[in-house]
Design a binder for this molecule. Structure first.
Ligand code: HPA
Length: 277
């Protein structure tokens, strides 16, 4: 059973006991990308463990806290660390953090992640603005009883990542000489990486990159009326596309190497979405 509006009101009141800060932009920082918090003037941080109903990350690369503060005078909340489906929680459970950010005031959401490049034109160190996603390997986070006060039973998914905002972020990336693509993201449940046969299948289905998060978060955000964009960091070529074995260490090492580009692209993206009305 999913949470109801009353459950979220309780969670909001728990946050409000700590801070009255109202964020306008929410950002989920993907694997290896958490250092972006160093660019934010922090007001307060709250671990997920201090809020009712929120699952905590078991992945040591994900710290598990909300960071409220200002980026360039823009009130933001960052999720330093997300919770993944492969940790054993349901799709609904791992997306509660997104809903809570919505109830705390965000109007725009930027989802970031590290992913494997499936498109032969992509290489490690590239970025992909998510144009669309394929979520057919994931149970829907909206499955079960719907709370109509939060969103409609059958939400439209024709523009889950705002195409107008995407275009602006993509153009900015090109202008800054950041290797950036626009493409289709596929969410895979994990935790094992994909097989070669699966990657071929995903490519035939139209995927350009694959990772273990994000699509279900975008679904929940759209359901709740939060305008969303997604930025994928290509940390490796997907299974079968290079001789290397894929490992989470490699993902983190590559993310570290591209930290400057990531910081530039995300900084511009925050400014772009904030200016959107
Ligand atoms: N597959 C799935 N998830 C990932 C990958 C990958 O190759 N790289 C980083 N996250």
């Amino acid at each position: 059973m999913g949470l109801k509006l009353e459950d979220y009101k309780l969670m909001v009141s728990e946050v409000r006991k700590v801070t009255d800060f109202v964020p306008k932009v929410g950002v989920v920082l993907g694997t290896g990308l958490g250092n972006f918090v160093n660019n934010v003037k922090v007001v307060v941080s709250i671990p997920y463990s201090e809020i009712s109903n929120l699952p905590r990350s078991t992945n040591p690369a994900h710290q598990g806290k909300f960071i409220f503060g200002y980026f360039d005078d823009i009130p933001v909340v960052l999720m330093q660390g997300r919770v993944h489906y492969y940790e054993g929680f349901s799709s609904e459970e791992v997306t509660r953090h997104i809903r809570l950010m919505g109830f705390l005031g965000i109007e725009h959401l930027i989802l970031t992640n590290a992913a494997g490049g499936v498109n032969f034109d992509y290489k490690p160190g590239d970025f992909m603005i998510i144009n669309d996603h394929i979520d057919c390997f994931m149970p829907s986070p909206l499955r079960g009883e719907n709370d109509d006060r939060i969103g409609t039973r059958f939400p439209d998914m024709s523009d889950p990542y705002s195409s107008s905002l995407n275009e602006k972020v993509y153009e900015k990336g090109l202008e800054l000489n950041i290797p950036v693509h626009k493409g289709v993201f596929m969410q895979y449940p994990g935790p094992q990486f994909e097989t070669k046969a699966l990657i071929k299948t995903m490519r035939n289905m139209g995927a350009d990159a694959v990772g273990m998060s994000t699509a279900i978060e975008a679904i929940v955000a759209n359901h709740q009326g939060i305008k969303t964009i997604g930025i994928t960091f290509i940390s490796n070529l997907a299974c079968g596309m290079s001789k290397n074995k894929i490992s989470d260490e490699e993902v983190i090492i590559e993310a570290k190497k591209s930290e400057i580009n990531f910081t530039k692209l995300l900084s511009e993206a925050i400014k772009i979405v904030y200016l959107d009305k």
